[in-house]
Design a protein around this ligand. Structure first.
Ligand code: HMG
Ligand code: MG
Length: 305
């Protein structure tokens, strides 16, 4: 199958990237600056915050301040996670124009991450979807553990397809498939997509791959060949889920952009500015980007700041 001619890149660094940072909380002003730098790089979809319980994820406790503090750019969507109605109401008050609910293909992970079964989570998402629909806010859906679970091991593709279908039929405009612990390999990834596309149109599916085993770029190429045209990635390869032991960073935006440039697929995003942003944010966090492309190009080419 021909590769897609254009790709929508959904940037995860401010949310997935920073939700797992250990130690001192990242200052709100740093989060806001990160989001603004990402928008300046030409990124049009940014997951900026998470309206979850601050007892569960203290790193995201300033979601409302972050959302209110951003200098918004025309044409950029700043979205946030909302696991329930309480989260949605908080997000709406803070002026969020797109939200996301997040379920899982694994029962054990669903319990650990959102404290309920898969069926209960879907029932909880229904009122979120209808309230969001009432106020004209689009809802994205996530399915976690699509290629393996830290508690249950292998996950059958049909389980992913079932949850993706439920989210899509409930009204999620797009369903993002999360390899939460980054264990997938290209053939397993293709099989998972083949099962899921039977239930949800391929153009409504996004790939959200963590890079724990270094397979994320290979897996992305496999799903591009299947026609997936939405990719989630985090600048500097930040990321991880606090409830998925061993989950390391998301695939790095820098590496994805380099792959896409090599394939002749335009994103409108400036790779050099993203590299600079990756060096800038990791300097705030006291380390280096894990993006291979950023390391190869080095900090000599980074933008000032
Ligand atoms: P719960 O304890 O079952 O909820 O948590 P509850 O309804 O019983 O409420 C308990 C307390 O939490 C109450 O406060 C509520 O008000 C409060 P208290 O009376 O004890 O003071 N509460 C909230 N506070 C703020 N915002 C809210 C909210 N909801 C309840 N929205 C809950 C259920 C879902 C809230 C909890 O389990 C939670 O917050 N989980 C979040 C877990 C999380 O954020 N995980 C990481 C994101 S998912 C991810 O990273 C995967 C992804 O990247 C894809 C992939 O890689 O696979 C998306
Ligand atoms: Mg994730």
């Amino acid at each position: 199958m021909a590769l897609p001619t254009s790709i929508k890149l959904f940037e995860m660094a401010p949310r997935d990237g920073l939700q797992n940072e250990p130690g001192t909380l990242v200052p709100t002003a740093t989060k806001i600056e990160l989001i603004e730098r990402l928008a300046n790089a030409g990124i049009r979809h940014i997951e900026a915050a998470s309206f979850v319980s601050p007892k569960w994820v203290p790193q995201m406790g300033d979601a409302a301040e972050v959302m209110r503090g951003i200098q918004r750019q025309h044409g950029v969507v700043y979205s946030a996670l909302t696991p329930n109605l309480k989260g949605l109401e908080g997000a709406l008050e803070a002026g969020v124009e797109e939200v996301a609910v997040f379920g899982a293909a694994s029962e054990a992970f669903s319990q650990k991450n959102i404290n309920c079964s898969i069926a209960e989570s879907l029932a909880r998402f229904e009122p979120v979807l209808s309230r969001a629909n009432e106020v004209g806010v689009r809802v994205r859906g996530y399915v976690s553990c699509v290629l393996g679970c830290p508690y249950e091991g292998d996950i059958a593709p049909h389980k992913v397809a079932d949850v993706a279908k439920a989210l899509y039929e409930m009204g999620c405009y797009e369903v993002s498939l999360g390899d939460t612990i980054g264990v997938g390999t290209p053939l397993a990834t293709k099989r998972m997509i083949e099962a899921t596309r039977q239930q949800v149109p391929i153009e409504k599916l996004a790939a959200h791959f963590h890079d724990t085993y270094g397979m994320a770029i290979a897996n992305l190429y496999a799903v591009l060949e299947e026609g997936v045209s939405v990719i989630d990635a985090a600048t500097a390869g930040l990321g991880g889920c606090p409830y998925a032991k061993g989950a390391s960073g998301n695939v790095a935006t820098e590496d994805v952009l380099y792959l896409l440039e090599g394939l002749g697929i335009d994103t409108g995003i400036d790779l050099q500015v993203v590299i600079g942003t990756g060096y800038w944010i990791t300097r705030q966090l006291g380390r280096q980007p894990s993006a291979k492309v950023a390391l190869a190009r080095g900090c000599t080419q980074r933008t000032p700041g």
